[in-house]
Design a protein around this ligand. Sequence first.
Ligand SMILES: Nc1ncnc2c1ncn2[C@@H]1O[C@H](COP(=O)(O)OP(=O)(O)OP(=O)(O)O)[C@@H](O)[C@H]1O
Length: 303
Amino acid sequence: MSLIEVKNLSKSFDGEDVVKGITFELTPGKCVALLGPNGAGKTTTLRMLAGFSKPTNGTITFDEQSLSSDIRNYIGYLPQFPVFHNWMSGKEFLIYVGQLSHLSKSEADSRADELLDRVGLTDAKKQRIGKYSGGMKQRLGIAQAMMNRPKLIMLDEPVSALDPIGRREVLNLMREIKKDATILFSTHILNDAEEISDELLLLHHGELVEQGSLDELGNLYDSGKIILAFQDNIPADMEEKLNKLSHITDIEFKKQSIEFISSDVIASRAEILQLAVQNDWPLTKFEIAKTTLEDLFMKVVNQ
Ligand SMILES: Nc1ncnc2c1ncn2[C@@H]1O[C@H](COP(=O)(O)OP(=O)(O)OP(=O)(O)O)[C@@H](O)[C@H]1O
């Protein structure tokens, strides 16, 4: 069963379509990356799902009910540019957010302590937010999004603006919280999506151009790239020999390796390994490269 079902969702601003009829489902317990270049429509999509922006068209169904103000209580949202009250302490801020979501003072107090512990801010809970690092602020933002025990947590570019330490802190935290909530997060950073997500939604010019797990999409967009590496210099007759083989294109010579694309990886593997034995090539590696997210993204975006 899906947690959220989105059908033909569209948004126009001043007659310009920025999200163009996208359809997808999120299954519970998954961490899903909404991936796309700047301006693809990621923030607009998340804002519609969080109930902050009215769709021009389409439907959003959450746990089989249409999105209404009640259902919004099951969704936690961290905007791309969260606004914190810098004069408050981390704990005061969470209590304030809890009370806005109609928790009693004592419920908000105990939930704040629980979450501060969860996001690793217990020691800093009495410090003013103004003194927090970027990573600490984002972790507080994630705690804020979790105050009302949401089933779905949406994070808009949660790590894009952070330094490597902050980025690591937040990715580790996301890995931790995906154990008990579904996460949908937007990013234009391929490594982050590759590292942490179970599934990808690829958005480009407002259209959902691909969706699935990295493995599924990798197979779909398999590049057929083969990499050969050599102990010393590349043998002098390599180029001539490779050029004689069918299926092979885009040969690229590097210092001690060669990369090329084969339209029939299995046939090329047999031919190349045979040549290697016959000619005593000093091969140290024969690799059929997996499609990386970067390869996939470039292919989809340049289609
Ligand atoms: N309130 C608005 N009024 C008019 N145009 C808007 C509005 N919000 C977004 N847009 C436009 O919609 C398009 C998609 O913007 P959106 O912020 O959703 O993209 P994004 O994928 O989140 O990009 P980024 O990675 O830069 O945040 C952009 O061209 C943007 O200028």
